[in-house]
Design a protein around this ligand. Structure first.
Ligand SMILES: [Zn+2]
Length: 247
């Protein structure tokens, strides 16, 4: 089955693994309640697509890092529990290229990558609407995740450069908390944006380098309640006060 997989990015007419009946694929796993963290990958690897779980390739460091830093609680075993992380830890998963499996990230063109952005933003918007509804939020912001963390530089760079004139495009960026978001980003500034060190086993680096940003992120998350304690300022305010806030 693994041998039969062929990367379809850039070859829209080729038989797609997305249509293969035996491949479970990796849908957005964001749940319907407010999250502490959404981890955003580039697009599913072949391994993830065929296993049905995020970051399932044993060579990928993601689950080791999530468990070692405490971002994943001790009862989470690994990628097979990616669908439990929303309830258990307030952590969701999605890729910019959700629904587009391909292992060789470097073979994906900027045009292809950017053609995925609308759908990706649509998933985030839909999730926030559901999360707001789940807590009776009337302002449309309380259900937003506290942090969105990109699990590598490429996907954040493509979002940042989308819609910018060539001369204004970023050529490099630092990991960690970002000062600004992409044009058209659907979440408010209260959601922090982080760019993380890649968890790909193919990235050569020391463990200290590999873990550094994830440890910083874990320190922040440890301060956030789960389930999140949120009271919508509009719902909890007196009617007149609510009107003032809306103006
Ligand atoms: Zn609200």
């Amino acid at each position: 089955m693994f041998e039969a997989f062929s990367c379809t990015v850039g070859k829209p007419e080729a038989p797609s693994a997305a249509k293969s009946p035996e491949a479970p694929g990796v849908p957005a796993r964001l749940g319907s309640k407010p999250l502490r963290l959404i981890i955003v990958g580039a697009n599913p690897s072949e391994h993830a697509w065929l296993s049905g779980h995020y970051y399932s390739n044993p060579g990928n460091w993601m689950w080791r890092i999530l468990k070692d830093t405490g971002i994943a609680p001790s009862n989470i075993r690994g990628s097979q529990d990616d669908g439990k992380m929303q309830e258990e830890a307030g952590v969701g998963f999605i890729d910019v290229g959700v629904g587009h499996p391909c292992t060789q990230l470097c073979s994906i063109s900027t045009d292809t990558f950017q053609s995925w952005i609308d759908t990706f933003y649509g998933h985030l918007t839909e999730h926030v609407q559901q999360a707001c509804k789940s807590i009776g939020c009337a302002c449309g912001k309380c259900g937003c995740p506290a942090v969105v963390a990109f699990s590598g530089k490429r996907q954040f760079m493509e979002l940042m450069n989308f819609g910018r004139p060539r001369r204004d495009r970023l050529k490099k960026l630092d990991t960690g908390l970002q000062a600004a978001g992409p044009i058209g980003w659907p979440l408010p500034a209260t959601t922090e944006l982080w760019v993380m060190t890649s968890t790909s086993g193919a990235s050569p680096m020391t463990n200290e380098e590999r873990y550094a940003t994830w440890k910083d992120l874990a320190t922040l998350l440890a301060k956030l309640d789960h389930p999140r304690e949120i009271s919508c300022p509009i719902v909890s305010a007196e009617p007149q006060e609510a009107c003032d806030r809306l103006q």
